[in-house]
Design a protein around this ligand. Structure first.
Ligand code: IPD
Length: 324
């Protein structure tokens, strides 16, 4: 078992604004501790909105009639971005609501905060109690740490690359199960209602269910499904159609809990490809991937699927062409 202090406990050192890289003994810990604090604050806002029943205030739609955004999503994203900008002015951002408002989704090698203010907005709107504040941090296009705060459950999931994964300070470990017939699998239906996409979703689901597996679940939050893999509660989660902000933070929580990440093609996961498989081990991952129908929504960075795009993860060359 790797050892690491849980973020939010003792901070090694603070850093100055211009030289966070060069002067800190531990360059990114200050940023991670800040993320934990601002995720908690965001959780307070979310809980307050749920308690005051104003969670459905100004619900608008984005890419489809069921892709929702609320005033609370926007308020929380602004809170996170403003607080980070004042402490780390040179850092960059990819935020769900900022991208929806027209900002480019570009992951450079600069330190970049990848933010989903409410992962599980549909749950939030309906008062279904699984919503995650997701903050990931990438440098050189690699996720260094991730924070996912399950606001209603008050569970703080954290992981830093090479230093383990935690929930409320308790170390996480994936399930040891290798028999797919004893696996619990999580997935989501996503927010596309294009009939061709829905057909792909159901055809994969039918094959996975009839393996058979013990069952199929879905929390309504990509990040919390991935945290369930890290907790050892489910063996695998897969989805096509998610975005970089839905799973960047949780990706390192899965790997630091001992799990593996794959593209639905079986290749290396690509943060921009909108496809992910997060599993407890290679055996379960490979078995479930062989049942999945691969399709390729438009990438988050707009690059063609299979073409070189300068992203961190190798192009996967998967079949594509299905509508989003
Ligand atoms: C969504 C949730 C949902 C998943 C979608 C995501 P949002 O995120 O994670 O479970 O199926 O693909 O986009 O819109 O609530 O942040």
């Amino acid at each position: 078992m790797r050892t690491m202090r849980a973020p939010g406990s003792v901070v090694q050192s603070s850093t100055d604004q211009a030289g966070e890289m060069s002067k800190s003994h531990d360059p990114w810990q200050d940023a991670m501790d800040h993320a934990v604090a601002v995720a908690r604050k965001s959780g307070e806002i979310i809980r307050e909105a749920v308690q005051n029943q104003d969670r459905s205030s100004l619900v608008q739609t984005k890419s489809s009639a069921v892709d929702l955004v609320t005033e609370t999503d926007q308020k929380v994203e602004q809170l996170i971005i403003q607080s980070v900008k004042s402490k780390f002015p040179s850092h960059r951002f990819i935020g769900e609501e900022s991208v929806s408002s027209g900002e480019l989704c570009v992951l450079t090698s600069d330190p970049t905060w990848i933010i989903d203010p409410i992962d599980g907005t549909t749950n939030f709107v309906h008062g279904y109690p699984f919503v995650g504040v997701c903050i990931g941090f990438a440098v050189n296009q690699q996720v260094e740490w991730g924070v996912v705060y399950s606001a209603i459950e008050d569970k703080m999931f954290t992981a830093r690359r090479g230093r383990g994964a935690f929930c409320n300070g308790r170390p996480l470990q994936v399930s040891p199960q290798t028999d797919v017939h004893r696996a619990l699998v999580a997935t989501e239906f996503g927010s596309s209602r294009d009939p061709q996409v829905v057909d792909k979703i159901f055809s994969s689901l039918r094959k996975v269910l009839s393996l058979p597996v013990h069952g199929v679940r879905g929390a309504g939050s990509a990040a919390l499904n991935m945290c369930a893999v890290a907790l050892g509660s489910v063996e695998l989660y897969y989805e096509t159609g998610i975005h970089i902000w839905d799973f960047a933070a949780a990706s390192v929580i899965v790997t630091e809990a001992g799990g593996v990440l794959r593209d639905t093609t079986g290749g290396a996961v690509d943060l921009m490809s909108r496809r992910v498989v997060a599993a407890n081990n290679e055996t379960i991952a490979t078995r479930i991937i062989s049942e999945l129908d691969v399709y390729s929504p438009e990438r988050d960075d707009g690059a063609p699927h299979g073409a070189p795009h300068g992203a961190p993860h190798a192009p996967h060359g998967a079949p594509h062409g299905a509508p989003e």
